[in-house]
Design a protein around this ligand. Sequence first.
Ligand code: MV4
Length: 459
Amino acid sequence: MFNKILIANRGEIALRVIRACRELGIKTVAVYSQADEQSLHVQMADEAICIGPSASKESYLRPDRIIAAAEIANVDAIHPGYGFLSENARFVEQCKAANITFIGPDPDAIRRMGDKAQARQTAMAAKVPCVPGSEGTLDTVGEALKVAQKIGFPVIIKATAGGGGKGMRIAHNAASFSKEFDAARIEAEKAFGNGAVYVEKYIEEPRHIEFQILGDRHGKVVHLGERDCSVQRRHQKLIEEGPSPFLTQSLREKMGKTAVKLAESINYKNAGTLEFLVDKHGNFYFMEMNTRIQVEHGVTEEITDIDLVKRQILVAAGEKLDLEQKDIKIVRHAIEVRINAEDPARNFAPCPGTIGLYYAPGGHGVRLDSHVYGGYTIPPHYDSMIGKLIAYGRNRQVALDRMYRALGEYTVKGIHTTIPFARAIMKDPVFRAGGATTKYIEDFMARTPKEIWLPGDGR
Ligand code: MV4
């Protein structure tokens, strides 16, 4: 077992990994940028090393500085968290060269799944249902138009080098196709330095349902159920829940088996997530795979009572997974709300600043994973998420009412947050009925008067 782990991340996920290490009796090393000198992960870790200036590209995104810190502190392993270098295959190889265990998958799994067209080909080879579309990337608009006409409009053009909506365009007919195709390539080139794109049939108003998987170093892979992440704003997930209110038990089992089959086909190790699109008829299609622990992993932890981060550390150390698929049961319903320092009144513009009065919600069935506190100054250099609030209970109704109550307690003065916005959603009849697809936020904002989701007089 590891004696000491370096956490190559910041914020709430750094705290999350420190907590798992603490429970396993493993010493921890935090790395931090100059902007994060006062942050909680620095204070909670056993050791802390400054790795550079505030900008991520000079600190958290610098493999050389992180590995240097790891060598100075003489750690056995590095946990990357999510974002930053968590899906950087080159970094994994650099850790290996420095004889440091990377707590995550092998570099080839990261490379293969990081290229979205290659991920599709891998899924097709494993006989996993994919959205009808091109085999690989398409070099000319002529070639792409032929594929589009074959699968039928509307189609969606996607960047092979990245997910999250960048370099993605929807074409509704042949007349608009080449404009959209060129726009997608230009945006992909700008965003990822790789303009290669592929085409898929556009699934109208899908749900985004993802399956958590975990593999050890001895060939065993299990799934831990699903998370419904359909409530997104501009490709940023806002609310995630598990189990999905849309899946029947038989569909859940079918998708879970499919997820495990794909992960086994690439001998996947450690934690990963397979994202599916599900249409209104219950047809599911593989979309992409994330080769890291995700922001929303806590939803799965609360519904299965399995500590995913501890399991990541144990399997990375070579331990056999002591979980059988038949023993993994969904025993609760959990809803997670991402709390962002953003101002809904200013189109959700990030608003860093100093937190004044701060009161965290609690009580039975409430979990808050956050690194902020009263008096903490949120730096402007990183993403705007300041925490994740999870409410869980024996069924969805309990979780909904508990989340509404917890959001009502959550007090964060001095900055704007998305708390009031999320609270309005918890009261929305469409969301409460489990009717949210990926178009939900757009529809909710169009049909809900602003004063419902804009901060009131602090009530
Ligand atoms: C799709 C899709 C419908 N059909 N692919 C969004 C980003 C990346 N995760 C893939 N995404 C989608 N892929 C096919 N074939 C719908 C989405 C999607 C979406 C698309 C446009 C606007 C908002 C969206 C939110 C979630 C998912």
